[in-house]
Write a protein that binds this ligand. Sequence first.
Ligand code: GLU
Length: 351
Amino acid sequence: MKTINKIFVLLVLVLASVSYASAKPKVMILATGGTIAGSAATATQAGYTAGVATVDQLISAVPQIKDLADIKGMQISNIGSQEMNDQVWLKLAKEINRLFASNECDAIVITHGTDTMEETSFFLNLVVKSDKPVVLVGAMRPSTALSADGPMNLYKAVVTATTPEAKGKGVMVLMNDYILGAADVTKMNSTNVDAFACPNYGPLGQVIGDKAYFTRAPLTRHTTNSEFSVDGLTKFPTVDIVIGYANASALPTKALVDAKVDGIVHAGVGNGNIYPTVMTELDRAVKNGIQVIRASRIPVGMVPMNGEVSDTDHGFTASGFHNAPKSRVLLMMALTKTKDLNEIRRIFAEY
Ligand code: GLU
């Protein structure tokens, strides 16, 4: 080969490898609504409307994310997350699995209201069939507020999603610099920007400036190691929650048993304890083939099997480290596969 040709081939190879090395990851932003897309009439007021800004407006409000990744956006819904429902969950999960299976993106960031973010993230943690990063992000202040937290949270969610260590960590939530694992993350404050925590296990890491630092990895089952799937699902089993309190009424539990729901989560007092007349109704639930999860209204700590209440005698399953809303999600998915009590107990021990 002539020297000039050799130089040309070399140049092409060098240029190709440079462009390969600098190819930015492809990140899809799926917008569902929430305060991050919220709008208020003034920059300081408490009241506002969630779910107003579109995905394109969210992306153009934070142009710095385009330095990190090739960004595309898709609007899944535009609701306050107190309106989150089975149909949006199914649409979201199926779209995520389609995007990853067709290799359309390397990571997914989901903008979401903060109220039920802990449930959506845990649900996705059980049904996403990929180890590519999925990061949920929201805001406590609407986009029109002074010091809105949404833009920085969105930037840091994209930083997290494009960090190689994010792969295989399951679904995550990015709020206020913290990278929080889906199995444990919960909203701990109804108004402050520092609202989210993993009260039992601690965060997986933090984003400082434009770099994500991972310090932990989840050991419970998730995503590619999960037995659950949304394939072929069009609706979920009915699982509802009742809360315990002093002198508790048995009426809500009785109504659920009479309605023949598939499962009941009891968010009991202390270590999952239950008022006597409510216990009678929960025993009736078990006799009628309704699965009962014994959880706690306390946001931190564990409800182990057979505490003051004998789960063995009553036919209940203890929630472990899962709070009541997460227990509801896990029981719902468990009931898509089995009604066997030992299997339900195994699932609560493994996820
Ligand atoms: N309730 C609304 C929601 O969850 C606003 C709360 C928020 O996003 O912070 O979407």
